[in-house]
Design a protein around this ligand. Structure first.
Ligand code: DOR
Length: 427
């Protein structure tokens, strides 16, 4: 089927000028056949006036819970939530059951993703067997099965010597190493950010140095090994400074930030609201200010959601016992779009953070761009549309989100993956 996206504002990392504001994009045979003005088709014409036509979004950090925790999410419900939010490529963290530390689990994820047929779901393999921080997993066989990076997400590699070997081993396979940076000894089981709010609530906090100490150690190890290192869900002001400095020194260090970390502070935990419990924890306005500078100046390479579905049996508990994490795919665009509205970043920088910026970190060739002859992964969104986020109505199997009921601006209306229309919103 051929689609002509007529008269939208085409934005990708290379194109965005007022002159481009009205541009047609012709999709056929799974590729971008042509871009320009006055294109024609015998297929379907979609009016994209006042909408942005962008590359399909790429999320380097989601939890789709299959295998093992399908009651929270499976690959097909996760992929549906992805395309609803404009994402055509998502990378799945390995903290499933069993952990994705071998070819068999990676194969299963790839197979289930194909069956769902909605988005590209790319597995991330575990750094250590069972993510228990003791023995390295088999990177070669997982790479053959399709992993795009390594991480023990949720479980930082605490042992510096093991992390050094992991970085060296990953380098031989050109696999980026993604660290959930949290010094568990310093964290001492803290369940939220340590500060005035944790004191008022009487909850055990963990200081922001929990993250920055780990980032500091790892950057030193990158200096030692020359391996590629990516800071997952960066949350603390000092971590941003360290990544900026590492980049200045030419080290292969990158970082991602989540919409919740640049939008909410620890105040969201007041009332013991477990939907705001997340790791790393929501921090302070001072941290947010540093994250925003990092987003604008390129220290932060991309926006990733850390989409972490949990069922009510995991969340309707005492704050200390509740599982950390929140949905992310459905609110990512409007929360980032709010930064455009506030003048923090431009619309084209936002698109870059969701597309090329992410593709470059994991070396995803041919993705994150709209190029004639290239893969037709496309997202069409209205940057001005106002709507109210209803977590219960999201495609995800879970509904844990502190953004439920929030009025937002910016809505994805169409998503194409490999030239197929995989999501169309009722308008
Ligand atoms: O809040 C979080 N939830 N942080 C993590 O690192 C893991 C994730 C999950 O798997 O639920």
């Amino acid at each position: 089927m051929e689609f002509l996206l007529r008269g939208g504002r085409l934005i990708d990392a290379r194109v965005d000028s007022p002159e481009e504001q009205s541009c047609d994009v012709l999709i056929a045979d799974g590729i971008i056949k042509a871009t320009g003005k006055g294109l024609t088709t015998n297929g379907r014409v979609i009016d994209c006036q006042d909408q942005v036509v962008a590359p399909g979004f790429i999320d380097l950090h989601v939890h789709f819970r299959e295998p093992g925790f399908e009651y929270k999410e499976d690959i097909s419900t996760g992929a549906r939530a992805a395309v609803d939010g404009g994402f055509t490529t998502v990378c799945c963290m390995p903290n499933t059951n069993p952990i994705n530390d071998c070819r068999a689990v990676s194969d299963l994820i790839v197979t289930q993703a194909k069956k769902a047929g909605l988005a590209r779901v790319l597995p991330i393999g575990a750094i250590t067997k069972g993510s228990n921080g003791k023995l390295l997993a088999e990177y070669g066989e997982m790479k053959e099965a399709g992993i795009v990076a390594l991480s023990d997400d949720g479980k930082p590699v605490m042992h510096a010597g093991l992390m050094r070997r992991a970085l060296e081993y990953a380098k031989t396979f050109s696999l980026p190493m993604v660290q959930h940076a949290e010094d568990l000894d310093l964290a001492e089981g803290g369940v939220m950010h340590e500060g005035d709010v944790s004191s008022q609530l009487g909850l055990k906090g963990q200081p922001r140095e929990t993250e920055s100490i780990m980032v500091a150690r790892d950057i030193e190890l990158v200096g030692l090994t020359g391996a590629q290192y990516h800071v997952a869900h960066i949350s603390a002001a000092r971590s941003v400074e360290m990544v900026r400095d590492a980049k200045r020194r030419g080290l292969p260090v990158t970082s991602e930030v989540t919409p919740h970390h640049f939008t909410l502070t620890d105040v969201a935990c007041c009332g013991y609201d477990t939907s705001a419990k997340v790791m790393p924890p929501l921090r302070t306005q001072e941290d947010i200010d540093a994250l925003l500078v990092g987003l604008a100046d390129g220290t932060i390479d991309c926006i990733a959601t850390d989409h972490a579905p949990h069922a009510s049996v995991d969340k309707d508990l005492d704050f200390s016992c509740a599982a950390p994490g929140m949905l992310g795919l459905g609110t990512a665009l409007p929360l980032a779009n709010a930064l455009v509205g506030q003048g923090v970043i431009s619309l084209s920088r936002m698109v870059q953070l969701f597309t090329k910026g992410a593709a470059d970190v994991f070396h995803l060739k041919g993705l994150g761009q709209i190029a004639e002859g290239g893969i037709a992964d496309v997202c069409v969104f209205d940057p001005k549309a106002k709507w109210t986020f209803d977590a219960g109505a999201s495609a995800s199997r879970s509904d844990n989100s502190p953004f439920h009921g929030r009025e937002v601006v910016g809505r994805v209306n169409y998503t194409f993956c490999g030239g197929r229309l995989v999501m169309e919103k009722q308008r």
